[in-house]
Design a protein around this ligand. Structure first.
Ligand SMILES: C[S@@+](CC[C@H](N)C(=O)[O-])C[C@H]1O[C@@H](n2cnc3c(N)ncnc32)[C@H](O)[C@@H]1O
Length: 224
């Protein structure tokens, strides 16, 4: 059953507000981008892979006002609900692979928020390694997803994606997400992790070269 797009059309001019409220049940996007900010080094070029309607992009632009921001997605109209300064933002209908082929730019910050579970599972490694290739050598890649748990919140998220957005989805569990990052980006590539309110299912991995002022991998679980 796929009720998402038809229900959304019924919201008309309230679609953006309702989408924000609905998303807020599952993840605080302001917190997500604030935590990303804490883990990065003043990036001037930012790529958001799977930007969707542009809700995260909007917060990225507010939080990193000087940066040039690119949002890409395979949906019909990436950034459709974006309301913000457009002077440093572009939205492109492309896959990460398509962008890597079209341009040779590497971005100082690459963000993948709640996209991986929409990517068919056999393609996860290729998807993440392409994102890593698009990240500058001293840059940061953040992968945030809704990780599998035996909790009511997790189940609610699953049912919402499956029956409201109508997508076929497969969520990673925590150790699978870490293993994927290590396999595609390097054994010691995860520099930090953080959770995003309001649910523990919101896990983000920060993939970057070690900072010189920090002991590498101090706040991660090396054996998970
Ligand atoms: C749940 S939405 C997340 C949108 C946005 N990142 C956010 O957090 O608001 C997932 C998005 O991933 C996009 N997507 C799925 N597979 C993709 C791929 N291979 N490349 C780019 N975008 C993809 C979908 O089109 C959809 O817009």
């Amino acid at each position: 059953m796929r009720i998402g797009p038809s229900v959304r059309r019924l919201f008309g001019r309230h679609e953006r507000l309702i989408s924000e409220l609905y998303r807020g049940i599952f993840v605080n996007l302001g917190d997500l981008v604030a935590s990303i900010h804490e883990h990065t080094r003043s990036p001037t070029t930012i790529l958001e892979i799977g930007c969707g309607d542009g809700m995260v992009t909007e917060r990225i632009v507010q939080t990193f006002p000087g940066a040039a921001v690119t949002g890409i997605d395979i949906c019909a109209q990436p950034g459709r609900l974006y309301r913000g300064d457009r002077s440093h933002v572009r939205f492109l209908r492309l896959t990460a692979q398509g962008l890597a082929t079209a341009e040779h730019t590497r971005y100082q910050l690459v963000i993948i928020a709640d996209v991986l579970h929409h990517v068919p599972h056999p393609g996860w490694s290729d998807f993440v390694s392409t994102a890593h290739r698009l990240t500058a050598e001293d840059g940061t890649l953040v992968i945030k997803d809704w990780v599998r748990q035996r909790t009511p919140a997790y189940l609610l998220g699953y049912l919402s994606d499956r029956y409201v957005t109508g997508d076929r989805i497969r969520y990673p569990d925590e150790s699978e997400l870490r293993a994927l990052a290590r396999k595609t980006c390097g054994t010691d590539s995860i520099q930090a992790e953080f959770r995003v309110r309001p649910w523990d299912c919101n896990l983000a991995l920060v993939i970057a070269p070690p900072r010189q002022d920090e002991h590498p991998n101090t706040n991660i679980h090396p054996h998970n």
